[in-house]
Write a protein that binds this ligand. Structure first.
Ligand SMILES: *[C@@H]1O[C@H](CO)[C@@H](O)[C@H](O)[C@H]1NC(C)=O
Ligand SMILES: *[C@@H]1O[C@H](CO)[C@@H](O)[C@H](O)[C@H]1NC(C)=O
Ligand SMILES: *[C@@H]1O[C@H](CO)[C@@H](O)[C@H](O)[C@H]1NC(C)=O
Ligand SMILES: *[C@@H]1O[C@H](CO)[C@@H](O)[C@H](O)[C@H]1NC(C)=O
Length: 526
């Protein structure tokens, strides 16, 4: 029975791999420190924390978002006092201007200081700090607007795996040894793609460097001061402690946000939060199946309250929608929507990921939040992006560059503008481009969650993955930018110039001398 041979081989292989994984996977004690009170950020961290528990490790999580269905070995340590950032009023979005990203920075700085202060004085952290140093094998934390938690990691003496629910912020590059190249790496706050004109590159250069500098000027001393209050004056500055970050897991993927030169310690795990699609509620399923011209999904995410929109703008959107043959499913947080046309269906909560997986969804109107755009692109659905704040401009810009999105800023929405933009995005070319990105996004050697778990375990096993760290992390900026080399080269050039002048002077003097001396009679004859 020849077919039995491969079968027994497979059986043997399975058995040996089981034995191997059982040997390798030593259960780790992992600490998660996530004080920033934004749920959309935690939605990226949580699947990784749960994944680690499912892989047999135990995780203690300090955050304002307790897992209400926490399995054994997932222990919640609640930060109850944090001011949640759950709801965003659209009137705030209307009042942005050219320099809003500097205001955004100051707001982030203030929030970071507050989260640091709250966490350091919390009961949750007190119970964590009762553990002796070396109790945890590895510490996971968010790197965002404060590095306060690096002080806690320093006390607990464990390798740090940082995470970002967005891309890198301007102050994240140096600590990981990622080169800052403002000619094509757009600053997260500005919202350009990798293709910028001279004016945009100038603004990007100034913004990237000035925000990096402002962080050192404001955020680092603020965290240091609070840490010294808590742990005494001996604690090193967070500006130094961050250089001890072993790995950085970021919610990015090159196909979606653009390829970047990253060292092996910075790992793209965008898409970790995407679960296999679930069944749709019967009514929604019928709607999706019966819509002859397809369905457009409209959702501004979990934080924005669409109901806070000015009535004039709301009516303009509805008039625009009534001009299409498609049906619209709109995440609208009220039972009623005045002047709603028949082809618009409102739902207070939507199973967004499951809807996007339906083949009859033609496009998504999205604010450009990273989790939502990721889900849409994963399903090959093109996007009409109406960015409002934060990294949304950049997320949309990157997709516009790839021909899978049309951008219409929230502030620029009118009936005609929306009709024009939506007509464009419903064109077949956008669907094709979105599907091409989906292919690159979905076809990876390893699922993003597996990648994340592999690297966390690697950091624990190797005591902080020291071989992945570029030496540039510990260089002064003077040396890093080769300014010393330029000085030497300049010195050598000046020296050569001086020598050349000297040689010329000596030669000329000799020539003059020879022309003054009585000439050779023989030569004169010639
Ligand atoms: C919890 O972790 C411990 C080791 O840290 C392990 O022995 C135990 O089986 C785990 N429990 C579950 C339910 O996974
Ligand atoms: C930290 O919080 C306490 C109250 O919990 C407050 O009195 C103190 O001023 C805060 N410190 C800073 C630097 O914000
Ligand atoms: C840096 O991290 C390692 C573990 O990866 C730890 O042993 C060391 O004490 C840390 N250094 C500082 C200054 O915290
Ligand atoms: C829902 O809309 C009605 C009518 O416009 C309004 O009176 C009510 O306050 C709204 N409810 C919420 C929760 O926004």
């Amino acid at each position: 029975m020849p077919h039995n041979v491969p079968f027994s081989w497979i059986f043997l292989l399975l058995l040996s791999s089981l034995v191997l994984t059982a040997e390798c996977a030593k259960p780790l004690k992992i600490l998660g420190l996530f004080p920033h009170p934004a749920k959309s950020h935690f939605n990226f961290f949580h699947p990784i924390l749960r994944g680690l528990v499912d892989a047999g490790h135990s995780v203690d999580v300090v955050s304002p978002f307790p897992d209400k269905r926490a399995p054994a070995n997932y222990t919640n340590y609640n930060l109850a006092s944090a001011a949640y950032i759950n709801i965003i009023d659209l009137n705030v979005v209307e009042n942005r201007n050219q320099f809003s990203h500097f205001n955004d920075f100051m707001a982030l700085y203030a929030m970071g200081k507050e989260a640091c202060n709250n966490t350091l004085s919390s009961k949750a952290l007190e119970s964590i700090l009762a553990h002796p140093p070396d109790y945890y094998d590895v510490i996971l934390m968010e790197h965002f607007n404060t590095d306060c938690m690096m002080g806690v990691a320093h006390k607990l003496q464990a390798p740090v795996v940082a995470m970002s629910s967005t891309g890198l912020l301007p102050w994240h590059y140096e600590r990981m040894g990622v080169p800052i190249i403002p000619s094509f790496l757009p600053d997260l706050f500005l919202g350009h793609s990798q293709q910028m004109n001279l004016g945009e590159r100038l603004l990007n250069w100034v913004t990237t460097h000035s925000l990096n500098w402002l962080y050192k000027l404001f955020s680092v001393p603020a965290a240091d001061q609070l840490l010294r209050q808590k742990f005494g004056p001996g604690i090193p500055s967070t500006g130094e402690l961050v250089k001890n970050t072993s790995l950085f897991l970021i919610n990015q993927h090159y196909s979606l946000s653009g390829p970047k030169p990253l060292p092996p310690s910075v790992i793209e795990v965008g898409g970790v939060h995407i679960q296999p699609p679930g069944p749709l509620p019967a009514q929604l399923k019928r709607l999706l199946e019966n819509a002859k011209h397809g369905v457009v999904l409209m959702s501004w995410g979990s934080m924005v309250r669409a109901t806070t929109m000015a009535p004039a703008k709301r009516d303009a959107i509805l008039r625009a929608m009534s001009r299409f043959k498609q049906h619209f499913v709109w995440k609208w947080e009220n039972d009623t929507l005045p002047n709603k046309p028949d082809n618009v269906h409102i739902m207070k909560w939507i199973p967004q990921r499951d809807i996007l997986a339906h083949p009859n969804v033609k496009a998504m109107i999205s604010h450009g939040g990273l989790l939502g755009t990721t889900e849409a692109i994963h399903c090959g659905v093109p996007i009409l992006g109406t960015p409002m704040f934060g990294d949304q401009f950049q997320n949309v810009a990157a997709l516009v560059q790839r021909g899978a999105a049309v951008r219409l800023d929230y502030t620029a929405i009118t009936e005609d503008a929306l009709v024009k933009a939506l007509t464009k995005v419903l064109d077949k070319s956008y669907k094709n481009n979105a599907q091409a990105i989906a292919h690159s996004y979905n076809e990876r050697p390893q699922k993003p969650l597996e990648t994340a778990l592999w690297w966390v375990e690697y950091a624990a096993e190797t005591g902080g993955a020291p071989l992945t760290q570029p030496s540039s992390v510990h260089m002064s900026r003077f040396i890093y930018y080769s300014l010393d080399v330029y000085l030497v080269v300049l010195g050598a050039l000046l020296l050569l110039l001086a020598i050349a002048r000297e040689v010329k002077r000596v030669c000329c003097a000799a020539k003059e001398e020879s022309s003054k001396t009585p000439s050779n009679p023989k030569r004169k004859q010639k």
